[in-house]
Design a protein around this ligand. Structure first.
Ligand SMILES: [Zn+2]
Length: 215
């Protein structure tokens, strides 16, 4: 399986992508983590990337695709993977086409943008084990998995969130429509509870690949 997951900030991408990877035995390729590692290691591309991400902006496609390609090259064809989050604009889409052919793209749809704002503003992450939670689920600010002190993401503030939602609508939605035309789109109603969303994803992945193998 060669999958990618797309969704606006707060749609539940990180959480669901990790669980899908685990359930289907896929390599979990987090574009944001690859970018962060380059930034943390202060590589040449990392420094350029930081200029963009610190302003809440997308890193230019050629740079993202360069580091993504490096990562995908380490995965054997038998293993399969799930990418969180690319391609997020038509430029990335066009560059990625030459790099890899995806089987399907999972789109986490949240039509009510207030849900996205609320989820993102409430989000807490564990800097140690990378668990994602919220101020509602973890009011004591302590990670339930490893006991570390939880943090807000540096870019989870209302201005940045509004900017990222608008950017998603403008730049990522056209990519989703491309995959729809190719019959590769798996659409999920991501406004519901975590478990409902994950169950729908698994059901639709299974159906998608069952149908594909019949062809
Ligand atoms: Zn933790």
């Amino acid at each position: 399986m060669k999958l990618a997951v797309l969704g606006a900030p707060g749609s539940g991408k990180g959480q669901n992508t990790g669980r899908i990877a685990q359930k289907y035995g896929l390599r979990h390729v987090v574009v944001g983590d690859i970018v962060k590692a380059e930034i943390r290691n202060k590589t040449e591309v990392g420094k350029i990337m930081y200029d963009y991400t610190s302003k809440g902006r997308f890193v230019p496609s050629d740079i993202v695709m360069e580091v993504l390609a490096k990562q995908l090259n380490t995965i054997s064809p038998q293993e399969g993977f799930i990418i969180d989050t690319a391609p997020i604009n038509m430029d990335q889409y066009n560059k990625m086409k030459d790099l890899v052919e995806l089987d399907a793209v999972i789109s986490l749809v949240v039509k009510d943008h207030n849900i996205l704002r609320r989820r993102t503003l409430n989000r807490m992450i564990c800097p140690n084990c990378r668990a994602v939670t919220s101020v509602i689920e973890s009011p004591d600010g302590i990670c339930k998995v490893c006991g570390s002190k939880l943090e807000h993401r540096y870019d989870d503030n209302i201005e940045t969130i509004n900017f990222r939602i608008a950017q998603y609508m403008r730049e990522t939605v056209p990519v989703i429509e491309e995959f729809r035309k190719q019959d590769k789109l798996i659409e999920i109603n991501a406004e519901r509870s975590k478990e409902d969303v994950f169950n729908e994803i698994c059901q639709k992945i299974d159906n998608f690949f069952a149908k594909k193998s019949l062809k």
